[in-house]
Design a protein around this ligand. Sequence first.
Ligand code: PMP
Length: 284
Amino acid sequence: RTVYLNGDYLPETEAKISIFDRGFLMADGVYEVTSVLDGKLIDFGGHCVRLARSLSELEMQNPHSDAEWLAIHRELVAKNAITDGMVYLQVTRGNPGDRDFAYPSEDVTPTVVLFTQNKPGLADNPVAKVGFKVISIPDIRWGRRDIKTVQLLYPSMGKMAAKKAGVDDSWFVEEGVVTEGTSNNAYIVKGNKIITRALSSDILHGITRAAVLRFAVEAQMEVEERAFSIAEAQAADEAFITSASAFVMPVVEIDGASVGTGKPGHIVARLREIYLDEMRKAAV
Ligand code: PMP
């Protein structure tokens, strides 16, 4: 695989970074994951806007313009002949000197890493026909979940808890209500209404969330942005998650209780179809 490191396209085995990089020592960095369908980037503009915001919240300079980011993404997709898959982008603060809690000066060059993942048939994932089973676990993450940092240890633990329980994912619960999934936003459906937690620093501002809510309104569905409990989700007609890599994925079981019929519902199926259709049209 050819990867990108600080301006160079290299074989993955030749891409090396300093052990003093603050991404490595302190999880001091941010990332984005962009899906590729038919060789094109999905919602690229949304990823650029969020990347810029994450960097600015951490007082890091954006090392590239959106046009430069696009050129790097396209080059990597071409070099690795990706038809369906993902581009992972990471910017860490770098570090010119020794380990220190204080940030180095703002003109320090960040470390920029991008690589591709090949996922043939990404949009035809058969799991979308079956749906996810999830368990709930306490949300004990830090308070700035709106910044897309590489600090992913607790989400990893949540995935492991799900794996050990024989299910697909975990939903985080805080103060009696769901925040989000380990790597996705969480929703329930009641009648014609889509319910999902409002944006705040408690959750990542999913770019798939923004697109799906827009398409839901256009399709005459109602959208209510408020928190819900696990009990309310278990009693809902349908449930689902969204993310840039899973798109719209039904959730059919929560903590052992079936949601609705226990099969993916028609509202979620419709949202997935609209999302994929519209985003393919707008891909770059
Ligand atoms: N919440 C969390 C915690 C995530 O890690 C992700 C995936 N990046 C999402 C939500 C979904 O965001 P997006 O739709 O932008 O992929």
